[in-house]
Ligand binder design. Sequence first.
Ligand SMILES: Nc1ncnc2c1ncn2[C@@H]1O[C@H](COP(=O)(O)OP(=O)(O)OP(=O)(O)O)[C@@H](O)[C@H]1O
Length: 280
Amino acid sequence: MYDVKDKKIVLEHGTINKGIIAVASGKGGVGKSTVTVNLATALAELGHKVGIIDADVRGFSVPRILGVTDKPRAVSEKEIIPPEVKGIKAISMGSFVDENSPVIWRAPLLAGALEQFFKDVRWGEIDYMLIDLPPGTGDMPLNIMQKVPHAETLVVTTPQVTATKVAGRIGAMADKMDHEIIGVVENMAYYRCSECGSKDYIFGEDGGQDLADFMETELLGQLPLISEVRRRSDSGNPIVFDEPESEISQEFIKIAKKLVEREQGFDEKVEPLKLNMDPK
Ligand SMILES: Nc1ncnc2c1ncn2[C@@H]1O[C@H](COP(=O)(O)OP(=O)(O)OP(=O)(O)O)[C@@H](O)[C@H]1O
């Protein structure tokens, strides 16, 4: 699907210079796509060139959250120009099918779509590629992780024990795939009272930290639950772009800075695992 040269990922139509970050979650609805898009905008705010692959092909939501209105443009059978929002290039199954249509393809076909997203899209030169994985530890996320051995995994969870326990399985999956887990982001960590400013840990406290300890990784940040995020996601205005000074945007920027501080570039030695995940 790609080569590695001079510590860079060389694609058919571009290069990835610094990192591929696969954003994973154990359960659905914990805010994985919201975190993917806002982290991408935070990295862009820090001056990096970012691409997003919405690999949550059945439950795609990146186009809506990022505010993608243009369609991808095919310049040839093997070259697609991705839509761009404020410099962030994004490709999603949602760009090809109607938002209300169910995607009923079987897993191998969907895996083929992912391969096309890597190979046929004109990414140009980007620093970071973020991959919004399907939730859980089923065939689809496994398949994707297997195809992209140079990706590192970032785990999104909410603080509830039910969510963190399921997210813990991502650790085992990443281990199997030889992916490094770069950290945990705890979403909906608390609600800040607009009257008195106090924090209310509605879904419990320390779930993200406990998960990070369990996976022997770092808790990268704790994002508050705020209705503004939901509203902005629904209307395609990521909060980090519009309100960079807000508490949640600052937390996204803090997380992005931690990602940027990591060692950059790709090791040529990583070999794709030869596991057969395709369901027959
Ligand atoms: N910090 C937050 N505060 C308020 N609402 C949030 C927050 N994070 C996410 N949401 C909202 O929660 C809902 C689920 O978020 P999102 O679609 O990002 O979850 P997901 O984990 O990607 O779901 P799935 O994996 O099922 O696609 C959305 O309506 C989103 O706007």
